[in-house]
Design a protein around this ligand. Structure first.
Ligand SMILES: [Zn+2]
Ligand SMILES: [Zn+2]
Length: 189
């Protein structure tokens, strides 16, 4: 599945087992739907990663990783056959990441119960959807950050993505329910 994130942003090629079409749909809704709704203030930390990213990003989507990680970025020497072939066939640069979609679904850096203010105005299934979409976007941007800044250390990249998750979730919930949930304290994962 080819996913366009927007003008001047990388083209994403989502690769997943045929039976798991929903993995592709999850990434598509995060990138084509959630990403464009975010204000520049929230996206700012990733502006550089987004504009300097490889022109095509292969996203290998699986349910879980054997190491329990939510995702990885693949160094040029460790790319899949799909990414290697694509790099030979396309003029632009090609990067590759993997995302463990079901692990991301279960990732709860901030339990729903902590969103006390949301309980009165949101139903739990809807909250879960918004959280999942935001989490998929967060892990994607985290790995994109690694791809474009290979020497940046994990704690810096992680600090940035934890802060992004909180800001993006607050933004998504405010859009949806017209209230700010005041999630400004950093998430602990
Ligand atoms: Zn791992
Ligand atoms: Zn990382």
């Amino acid at each position: 599945m080819l996913i366009r994130c927007g003008e001047n942003l990388p083209l994403v090629l989502a690769v997943y087992p045929r039976a798991n079409r929903k993995f592709g749909a999850a990434l598509k809704s995060a990138l084509s739907f959630r990403l464009p709704t975010l204000p520049e203030s929230v996206l700012k930390p990733y502006r550089e990663a987004l504009t300097q990213a490889p022109s095509v990003v292969v996203a290998d989507l699986r349910a879980y990783n054997p190491c329990d990680c939510l995702g990885h970025h693949h160094s040029p020497g460790a790319q899949s056959e799909v990414a290697t072939q694509l790099a030979q066939d396309t003029p632009g640069s090609v990067g590759e990441i993997d995302l463990a979609i079901e692990a991301i679904r279960g990732w709860e850096p901030r339990p729903i119960s902590s969103l006390a203010a949301a309980e009165s105005s949101a139903d739990e299934a809807d909250l879960r959807d918004v959280r999942f979409q935001t989490a998929v976007l967060t892990v994607f941007l985290h790995e994109l950050d690694h791809l474009t800044h290979p020497t940046r250390d994990e704690s810096t990249v992680r600090g940035e993505s934890d802060a992004f998750y909180v800001a993006a979730l607050d933004c998504a919930l405010s859009d949806r329910y017209g209230v700010s949930f005041g999630l400004e304290t950093p998430a602990t994962a």
